[in-house]
Design a protein around this ligand. Sequence first.
Ligand SMILES: *Cc1c(COP(=O)(O)O)cnc(C)c1O
Length: 710
Amino acid sequence: MESHNRFNLPERIEGLSQLSYNLWWSWHPDAREVFKVLDRSMWKSYGHNPVKLLKDIPYYRLVARAGDASYLSLYDKTIADFKTSIAPGNTWFERTHPECADQLIAYFSLEFAVHFSLPLYAGGLGVLAGDYCKEASDLGLPLVGVGLMYPQGYFHQYISQDGWQSEVYDQVDFDEVAVSRVCTPDGKPLMVSVPLDNVSIHVAAWVLNLGRVKLYLLDTNLDANPMSYRNLSARLYGGDREIRLLQELVIGIGGVRVLRALGLNPTVWHANEGHTTFMLMERIREMVQNGMALEEAISKVQETSVFTTHTPVPAGNDTFAPELIDKYFHNYWSQLKMDRDQFLKMGTIGGHDEAFNMTVLGLKLAGFRNGVSKLHGQVCRKMWHGLWPDVEEDNVPIESITNGVHERTWIAPQYQLLFRQYMGNDWMKHQDDPDMWQNMLLIPDESLWGMHRWLKSKLINSVLYRARRRWVRDRVAPIQPLAMGALLDNDALTIGFCRRFTGYKRASLILRDAARLKRILNRNLEPVQIVFAGKAHPSDEDGKKLIQQIYNLAKDPDFGGRIAFIEDYDLHLARDIVCGVDVWLNTPRSLMEASGTSGQKASANGALNLSVLDGWWFEGYNGQNGWAVEERGGGDPDTIDNQTAKSIYDLLEEQIIPLYYDRDAEGLPRGWIKMMKETMRSNSPLFNTSRMAKEYTERFYLKAIHSQHK
Ligand SMILES: *Cc1c(COP(=O)(O)O)cnc(C)c1O
C-alpha cells in the first residue's frame, strides 16, 4: 500500500521518501531541516512541501547531498528519531494504560488542519483536530482520524485595491501532497457505498500519516459515481444545505463503512462537532441489522461514544429541514427498525416540525458529552437544559474539556531550544507539568527578549515577502503592498488580530473611535501597530465589509502605515504572527467564543493577551499574565461596543504602552519581560493538547473501553 521509494533517490538517502509521506516531519525541526537544506529556495517557493520538492529537485543535487558527511549525519539522526517515534513501545499511553494497548479510538471531524499544502480546514475547528491527531501520535493514543478529502478545499484569499475579498480555489494535485490512495489487497481502490435517496454513492479514501496516527480522508470523485455526486466533497462549506447534508452522510455513514472495510473496529468513537454525528446512527443500524434490539443498540452506542460540541448559540448548530431528511433517509430508518417519527425525534428536542439538529443527535446518542472550555460547558448546560428537563441546570450531563494547542507545532523552534536549555531536553514530555514551567523564571531576560525581537523581525520579513510577491507577480497598485504591511516597524509595539471574520468576533471593535485610535498608533516615540489577517466566508457579505473597512484604514496615511491587513490567513501565516507579535487582541461578544485557541498559541510564544474574558481566557487570565477587556455598559449592542472599545483604549494608554516602552539602561523592558514569562509559566502547562488528550483519555475513552469489558 505504501511504497517506500516513490522518487528517484540515491539509495543512501532513500528514507526521505517515507519521511516525506509522514507529516511527522512537520512538527520536528530537525526533520524540516533535512528537506530544507536540499534546496532552500525551492523549499520556500514550494510552500515547505517535501513531496513536491523531491519530485522536482535535480538528481545531481541529491547525489551531492548523499555524499556530504554533515548532511548524512543530520539525515541519519532524523531517520533514527523518526523510526523510534513511530514504533510502538515507550509512549505515555502504553506505559500508563498497557491493558488498553489493543483498543482503537476513531476521531471524526469535517475539518483537519495539518499542513498548508492540504486545504482541509477553514478555521479553529480544523486546527484543533489537526493538533489533536499530532498529539495522539506523540502520546501513543491508538487513534485513527476520519475526514473528507476536499480536492479544492477552502479558498485562497485575495484583496483588491478597494478592499474587497475575492476567493480563488486551487485544485490539489494528489501527486504533490502526502496522501496515498487506500487500496484493497489486490491493488484496486478501496470503495464503499452510501445509500442516498434511491441511488448509492461510492466513497473511496486517501490516507495521510501523522506520525503513528492515520487520517482517512474520504473522496467521492470517482468514475463509478454520477457526475452530480463527483464534486460533492470538492469544497469545504461550499454548497447549500443539501450538499452539506450529503457531505455529512458521506463522512458519517461512509466513514464507518470505510473503517469496517479496512478491518478496523474501534471501541471508542469520537465525533468532533455535530457535522459528523450520523456516524453514531450508522453504528446503531449495524447492530440492529445484526439482530440486536434497538434499545440495546442505542445504549451500546452511548456507552462507547464521545461528542464534543463547539457551538455557543442555538443558531450556530447544524440543522436540516425535515423534508431533506425525508428525502435521504426514507429507506434508512426501516433498517434501524424505526418509523419516521422515531427517527426525527433523534435530532429534535420535541417541537413540531422542528429542524433536524446534528448537535441534538450527538447529545442524545453519545454518552460522553462536552463543551470546550469551562465557561462553554456552562453555556451548553443552559442551552440544552430542554433535553434533560428533569435535572437542575448544573447537573445537565455535558461536561467541559478545555481546548489546547500542539506546542511542538506552535512554539517557535528558537524558543524550544531555550526551553531545552532551561527545562531539560525532554521538556516536551512534561509540557503539562506546571512545576517544570516554573523554570521559565531562570531564563535570562536578555535571552528571552533577544529571541522575541528576532521572531518579530522574522514576522515582518515574512509580511514583506508576501507583499513583494504580490507586487511583482500581480502588478498590483503601489498602495496595496503598503496596506499589506510594507511599512511595519520592528521597534513598534505590535498587536495581532487574526481569525475568521465573522460577526461575533468583532474585528472592527478596536476601530470604533477612529480619532482616538489614530492618536494611539501615531504616538511619536511610542508607536503602536496592528496586524490583521483572516478570511470571511465567501457568502458572508458583512464579514467582507469588515475586511474592507480595515483595508481602507490600512491605506489611509492618517493611520501612519501602522495598520496592516495580510492576505490569505493560513497555518503558515498564523505561525509567523503568533510567534512575532507583542500583544494578542481578541474581542468576541461575551459567551460567543466557545474556547478560541489562537490566544493560547500567542501566549505560548510570550505574546500578552488583551482579551474579553471569554472562552479559554476566562480560565487563563490570572491578573498578571495579560489583560482582561471589560465588557462595559449594558443595553444595546452599540453602547456595549463603544464602552468595550473605550476599555481597550484605556488599557493601551494607561498600562500597555507605558509598560512596553519602559526600558532600563540596557534597553530592556523588564516589566514586560516579566509578564511574558508569567504568561508562558501560567498558561503553557494548561492550554496544550497533551493535557487535553490526557483528559479525554482519562475522563472519557477509558471509561468507554472499560464499559465494554465488564
Ligand atoms: C489557531 C487558528 C485559528 C483559530 O483562531 P481563533 O482565534 O481561536 O478562532 C484559525 N485559523 C488558523 C489558521 C489558526 O491557526
